[in-house]
Design a protein around this ligand. Structure first.
Ligand code: ADP
Length: 440
């Protein structure tokens, strides 16, 4: 580095000394000054070129200069190249990290030691309403202001995840939020969407509460009668007979409930795929007609209208249970002297089973919820008539397994029609027959 500039200065000095006898002292000094001035201008020019290049350092525009400057330039070029390589390695690593962050199924936010946002992934933008560009450097508690979150964050401990409810335009979302301290007082905030899990948990809790409630009443009645019978001294045969009859009614109510629960659990089990067979629906309806008459005990006029003799691809047992539930509801919710009609026929090429009654009907606001477990419009009427509150939930599950849908038309005070519409693919055509009527 020092060698070449010094040797140039020494060379100029030597030439000035040699020219001394020839040019005289003034001439030699003038020569020396001119040469040194030229050298200075040369360095100043290279310095200015280097300064200009530094404003936008690109390897292609690097001023190569000469002498020591050339050495300096090639040294800087090498440094520039190394720096570019490091930069590209870093940006590759960064983009790999960002891609991994974007692919994560959970929200991730990186906070600095003062809880300011350094980075967040797209899921965090979605769940917490953050913006990775806009909110960088922003205190996270300015954006997520829920007091439980602020308290959780200030605890500075991983601990149990915090369950946070976030309102979004698409509805409420439930998140499990956890902080993970790392490095020098930094934090990772992780957020997992547990909305579905929470909903299932609520359904499960409600279900257990409902079943317990349904079982408690009959058990209390049976327990009460047993105590009365025990205390009876001397036994009163008339009273005992009545108590035994009432206990029998309560135990059969519990049995029905347990049977319906078992049916539902079988239908819901993923290990129980639909066993398909050829179902003779007209035959089944004739048998169900008999059952309905037994249940009605002559209080209603019941008839079957067979517009089609087509069979169905499905499961006989499940369909009998679904159709039976609809028919038993029609009988139970239709006052004395009412009419009930079961119809089997084609509706726009779809095989349809419909039960029409002239019963109490249903207010429109209840219709969408009827297939929920234990949903009843009138609790006492359902219990009085021996309902478990699970009938339509069973119907819904059976129909889902057959890709069929339930249509409910009803007018309070005038009656209801429950129609089961099967997909065309389930039809087993057996040749159309003229409408055949079986009347009660
Ligand atoms: P339940 O055992 O109470 O009858 P379901 O699941 O079979 O339970 O029916 C749910 C509710 O739907 C019933 O409690 C009743 O209020 C109403 N419902 C069902 N079928 C009819 C009908 N044919 N007419 C009037 N209301 C009905």
């Amino acid at each position: 580095m020092w060698g070449r500039p010094l040797s140039t200065v020494v060379l100029i000095g030597v030439i000035a000394l040699v020219s001394w006898p020839l040019l005289g002292s003034r001439g030699a000094l003038l020569f020396l000054c001119l040469m040194l001035l030229g050298l200075l201008l040369h360095h100043l020019r290279n310095l200015s070129l280097l300064y200009r290049w530094l404003q936008d350092p690109q390897s292609q525009t690097m001023p190569m200069g000469s002498g020591a400057w050339e050495y300096l330039s090639s040294h800087m070029l090498r440094m520039l190249k190394r720096q570019r390589e490091t930069e590209s390695r870093l940006s590759e690593a960064l983009s790999r990290f960002q891609l991994a962050g974007a692919a994560l199924p959970d929200a991730v936010v990186i906070l600095d030691s003062t809880d300011r946002i350094e980075w967040c992934n797209p899921k965090a933008e979605d769940y917490f309403g953050l913006d990775n560009q806009r909110d960088r450097g922003q205190q996270i508690t300015y954006i997520l202001r829920q007091p439980q979150f602020v308290e959780h964050l200030s605890s500075n401990q991983a601990g149990e995840p915090l369950v946070l409810k976030i309102s979004r335009p698409a509805g409420e979302m439930v998140l499990a939020v956890q902080q993970v301290p790392y490095g020098d007082s930094r934090k990772l905030i992780l957020g997992r969407d547990i909305t579905r899990w929470e909903r299932l948990e609520t359904t499960r809790r409600d279900f257990v509460a409902n079943v317990s409630h349904e079982l408690r009443t009959p058990l209390t009645v049976v327990g009460g009668f047993l105590e009365t019978l025990d205390d009876m001294d001397p036994p009163d045969p008339e009273m005992s007979k009545r108590a035994i009859e009432l206990m029998r009614q309560q135990t059969s109510r519990m049995t029905r409930l347990v049977e319906d629960l078992l049916t539902l659990s079988r239908l819901e089990s993923t290990q129980n795929p639909l066993r398909e067979e050829d179902v003779n629906v007209p035959e089944m309806l004739r048998a169900l007609h008999q059952d309905a008459q037994v249940l009605s005990a002559g209080r209603h006029r019941i008839r079957v209208v067979l517009e089609s003799t087509d069979w169905l691809k499905g499961n006989t047992e499940e369909l009998r249970s679904a159709f039976g539930n609809l028919i038993s509801n029609a009988v139970r919710y239709t006052p004395e002297n009412g009419e009930i009609e079961m119809r089997w026929g084609l509706r726009d090429a779809h095989l349809t089973f419909a039960v029409r009654d002239t019963g109490i009907g249903i207010e429109p606001q209840h219709i969408d919820r009827l297939t929920e477990r234990f949903y009843r419009v009138d609790r006492s009427r359902s219990r009085e008539t021996g309902g478990t509150g699970l009938g339509l939930a069973i119907v819904k599950h059976v129909l889902n397994r057959h890709q069929a849908r339930l249509d409910i038309q009803s007018m309070p005070g005038s009656g209801s029609t429950f129609s089961v519409v099967f997909p065309e693919t389930r039809r087993l055509a057996a040749g159309r027959t003229p409408a055949e009527k079986v009347s009660a």
